[in-house]
Design a protein around this ligand. Structure first.
Ligand code: MGP
Length: 284
């Protein structure tokens, strides 16, 4: 056992301190997870293998390896300074374009808020920004993969399209923040990229279709959109729409959605969305 493991707080003490507010079943599960984490992540001396060191966590693991073991959150519990990297780096953008000048200077209105590439940075950002229920009418948050501008003109979007759903403003004031959070979590967790409704496996196809997600505040409705790289094949993007509708928004399968200011979850290419009155290509 490494010296770091020896320095880690005792399992029951630590788990008890951090889970005391939980119901009994959740507390037991959390304590079991902590025990497993300690026993599985702190290796014996010389146990670190090369592929792990070169993986996503490479730097954090190498730092720890130099000091005699993998660094985990238990290595320095007082500072809690190990971050959990995301698969992709993301940038949050915001615009607050008034209806009148939107077409003229849409690009100038678009502002980068912050980039992040770890779970901790995401929550730091999320906990410090105005939620969609409180942003001005006609403004939007855009959460896009780093390197892709949330614009039709970006090379990653120019042949793409979007899944979107409109939710009436009056009925969704209390739910839009939760829906936007769930949409962002699915995006940064890359769960839109795998087949919907299947248990993830290491050899599952990864579509790399999503370029970003958007929440829009409009006078009569909110809209959540997911932008995709392609728009030429329903098969390529269909599971993303299903994931949004049934997984993220929790709409029961077979229930009727739409009418008034609300729409179903519908797909349209960016080219079509620039033609006034053009109907969506398909729905899920
Ligand atoms: P919107 O906000 O996507 O549509 O685009 P919405 O909410 O249906 O608004 P409406 O005014 O079309 O009813 C609104 C306008 O912003 C567009 O008509 C464009 O003028 C501009 N705009 C939006 N996007 C996403 C882009 C973009 O990617 N590129 C450029 N050049 N303009 C855009």
């Amino acid at each position: 056992m490494s010296s770091e493991a020896a320095a880690a707080p005792s399992t029951s003490q630590d788990a008890g301190a951090s889970t005391s507010g939980l119901p009994a079943a959740a507390k037991a599960a959390a304590e079991a997870a902590v025990k497993t984490a300690i026993s599985e992540t702190v290796p014996e001396e010389g146990e670190i293998n090369e592929s792990e060191e070169n993986g996503v966590n490479g730097d954090a693991k190498k730092d720890g390896a130099a000091a005699g073991g993998i660094r985990t959150v238990f290595s320095d519990p007082a500072n809690f300074n190990v971050v959990h990297p995301l698969y992709s780096k993301w940038i949050l953008w915001f615009d607050n374009a008034s209806k009148q000048n939107k077409a003229r200077d849409w690009n100038e209105q678009l502002q980068e808020v912050m980039s992040f590439e770890s779970v901790e940075e995401f929550w730091g950002l999320y906990n410090n920004i105005v939620p969609p229920s409180h942003i001005a009418v006609n403004s939007n948050y855009y959460l896009f993969k780093s390197g892709i501008k949330p614009a039709w003109e970006d090379a990653a979007n120019e042949n793409g399209g979007k899944w979107s759903i409109q939710l009436p403003r009056d009925k969704n004031r209390d739910t839009i923040d939760k829906f936007w959070l769930y949409t962002m979590l699915a995006a940064i967790g890359e769960t839109f990229e795998t087949p919907y409704g299947q248990t993830p496996t290491p050899d599952m196809p990864f579509t790399d279709e999503v370029t970003g997600v958007i929440v829009s505040s409009r006078k009569a409705f909110y809209r959540i959109s997911i932008w995709t790289r392609s728009a030429d094949s329903r098969a390529k993007v269909e599971d993303i729409g299903k994931h949004l509708k049934f997984g993220v928004l929790g709409i029961p399968q077979g229930s009727k959605v739409g009418g008034g200011y609300s729409t179903d979850v519908e797909f349209q290419s960016h080219r079509d969305s620039q033609i006034k009155g053009k109907k969506p290509a398909f729905t899920v």
